[in-house]
Design a protein around this ligand. Structure first.
Ligand SMILES: Cc1ncc(COP(=O)(O)O)c(C=O)c1O
Length: 427
């Protein structure tokens, strides 16, 4: 540890002590692996309020992590708090039917009017696996086609292709033959998909993030989603849009509403319950209804009333006139601000945006492909994150920024100033 790093660590003494203590009882000292890579160490928080977070050392931050995406309404939204508080007094989970199951499903289908049915689940990883099982049972085929750099959860088969590296498994402990079932294509290459589907008759599903959020917020090339839709229809392949990030964030009907292309199944999680654990598979009746004829869909916590009342409240809040226009404008204000600072400072970097999701990558002029994303200077960006943190801006590793309905122009302008100072501190 160098002198600067040591000084920085001393800036968060209570967080540093909490992390030390957590490491003695908690695997890796964190609840999910990636958080251990936070520099200089994970910050321990005490509470959130709107677009702000407060840590155990008494520091205030503007929050662009938003729990890694779920807190689309910010922290402590009164309608969400009221709904969850009321429900907890009536029971946490019943293990049988209750009206919120269909009220929330009806609300979801209003947002996705071209689809017919909802299955409740808990996390994006689980819901992606359910979508895969449904696709396999519906087609009677086994193979998965997906695109490099897209993330579909941490299961053995879905990790294949997230960060493709020749000759290496994606994680230790992975089933050794898992990649025999998976084809990984370059994002945006409809010709590659056409060639593959012409060649193979055993593909069950094509999975994709409609915008490649997890590796650079990279939009699909014009006509690509339409081409994939047509190819899947022609070849009898189930098309799955993984809208775990785009759902309830770029429109109430997610990327399906935004781009007007309707897949067979949509996977939702993160923002759909405003921060409470919930995921869903939304899809065509013929595919989803297989759950009554031998295709297992299970889960103790599926459709629990706390999560579903949170979903109904979140939909209510996001349905207010102008919400997504304001989220778009907030994202654009931040993206423009970061771009302008980079330009003024003469620092090479690229900024992408989709609604309230922004990606900032240093060291590349453009961010149009997964390779551009991989070419970014993550070491320098890691230093930048620490400088931002020192100035009260909490951001994700890797360059993604999430905004909520609780972020104000004043928050964003303060952030852009802090970004400028942080860049200066690096040079
Ligand atoms: C697009 C996408 N799919 C699936 C997942 C997995 O969701 P979860 O972390 O809830 O398992 C994520 C998580 O970040 C995601 O971004």
């Amino acid at each position: 540890m160098n002198q600067t790093e040591a000084t920085i660590i001393q800036a968060w003494p209570k967080s540093a002590a909490a992390y030390e203590r957590a490491r003695a009882s908690l695997g890796g000292g964190v609840s999910t692996g990636l958080r251990a890579s936070a520099r200089p160490h994970p910050i321990f928080f005490d509470r959130g309020e709107g677009g702000l977070l407060f840590d155990v050392d008494g520091n205030e931050y503007i929050d662009y992590v938003l729990g890694w995406g779920p807190n689309i309404l910010g922290h402590g939204n009164p309608a969400l708090v009221a709904a969850v508080s009321e429900q907890i007094t009536k029971g946490a989970t019943y293990g049988s039917g209750h009206e919120l199951e269909y009220l929330a499903a009806e609300a979801l289908l209003t947002a996705y009017p071209d689809l017919d049915r909802v299955l409740w689940s808990n996390t994006g990883t689980e819901a992606d696996l359910s979508a895969l099982r449904l696709a396999r049972s519906w087609t009677g085929k086994q193979r998965i086609v997906r695109f490099a750099g897209h993330y579909h959860g941490w299961s053995d088969q879905m990790l294949v292709g997230y960060r493709p590296r020749a000759g290496r498994s994606d994680t230790k402990g992975q089933q050794s033959d898992v990649d025999e079932y998976v084809d990984v294509l370059p994002w945006g290459d409809a010709d590659a998909l056409a060639a593959l589907l012409a060649d193979r008759s055993d593909v069950a599903a094509v999975f994709l993030e409609p915008v490649l959020i997890n590796s650079g917020v990279i939009h699909p090339p014009a006509g690509f989603l339409e081409a994939v839709r047509a190819l899947c229809t022609t070849h009898g392949v189930v098309l799955v849009f993984d809208e775990v990030i785009t759902g309830f964030r770029v429109a109430l009907g997610g990327a399906v509403e935004r781009f007007g292309v309707v897949p067979d199944l949509v996977v939702l999680a993160k923002a759909i319950a405003g921060g409470i654990t919930l995921a869903a598979i939304v899809g065509k009746a013929s595919i989803i209804d297989q759950v009554t004829s031998g295709t297992t869909h299970a889960g103790t916590y599926n459709g629990n009333p706390i999560a579903l009342t949170a979903a109904v409240a979140t939909i209510g809040q996001l349905s207010k006139e102008g919400t997504f226009e304001r989220l778009d404008a907030a994202g654009a204000r931040l993206a423009d601000g970061l771009r302008e600072v980079l330009r003024r400072a003469g620092v090479t970097g690229a900024v992408n945006q989709l609604g309230p999701v922004v990606q900032c990558t240093l060291g590349v002029e453009r961010l149009d492909t997964f390779d551009d994303f991989l070419a970014g200077d993550q070491v320098r960006y890691g230093d930048l994150i620490v400088e931002l943190l020192r100035r009260g801006i909490f951001t994700l590793p890797g360059g993604r920024w999430y905004l909520s309905t609780a972020h104000t122009d004043e928050h964003i302008d303060r952030t852009v100033d802090a970004f400028e100072q942080s860049l200066q501190a690096l040079t």
